[in-house]
Design a protein around this ligand. Structure first.
Ligand code: IMP
Length: 197
């Protein structure tokens, strides 16, 4: 089975994506690849950050790898926080800090539409030849920002995001249901389609 290093320090993401790729590729963590430390993500687009994170692994290991970058785009906030979703409430803030800031900014707003967008960047090892050509896979889910937290599954903004056609937040869903409909799930499905070719 093909092996791919997933360039993430987020254990929830590693679990989500590993579940989706069972029997398709063998996912290796950063630790499996002998890497540790923070991966830089200083680009101004999701594509740029996904490439930067994947390149960080590729340059150190030469192994085939991928990275994802996700943004929460809120209509009433003109698409913010977008690519800055991780640091929305400031450098080194927690998921909880971000949710608190979002609930405060959205207080009283009637237009609560939002979407999550994920871009995956795949770099396939060229065994010593020129740098690999990056391949991108995108997934998106539309939904609503809730007025308070619901549920305790998942991570990030999950407790305050309700996907369209569901009456529960991402944090109230079992992982397999979230994976079927989520931004990351949809991007991974496209990655799987490509890997199966
Ligand atoms: P990242 O840069 O891809 O890690 O994503 C940026 C931020 O978006 C994360 O710090 C989370 O706050 C949020 N995020 C990413 N994926 C999800 C998700 O599946 N559910 C909720 N929040 C997410």
């Amino acid at each position: 089975m093909k092996k791919l290093v997933f360039a993430t320090n987020n254990k929830h993401k590693l679990l989500e994506v590993s579940e989706m790729l069972t029997n398709i590729v063998e996912i290796k963590s950063l630790a499996d690849a002998g890497l540790a430390g923070d991966i830089p993500e200083t680009a101004e687009t999701l594509e740029g950050n996904a490439l930067q994170k994947a390149m960080w692994v590729y340059e150190r290991t030469g192994l085939s790898c991928f990275a994802d970058d996700t943004g929460l785009e809120v209509a009433a906030l003109d698409g913010r926080p977008g690519v800055y979703s991780a640091r929305y409430a400031g450098e080194h803030c927690s998921f909880d800090d971000n949710i608190n800031k979002m609930l405060a900014e959205m207080d009283g707003k009637t237009d609560r539409r939002a979407c999550f967008r994920t871009v995956i960047c795949l770099l396939e090892s060229t065994e010593g030849q020129a740098a690999p050509t990056p391949r991108y896979f995108e997934g998106r889910v539309d939904g609503t920002i809730l007025t308070e937290r619901y549920g305790s599954e998942g991570f990030g903004y999950d407790p305050i995001f309700m996907p369209d056609r569901f009456a529960v937040s991402f944090a109230e869903m079992p992982l397999d249901v979230k994976n079927r409909i989520s931004h990351r799930g949809r991007a991974v499905a496209k990655l799987v389609e490509y890997l199966k070719q």
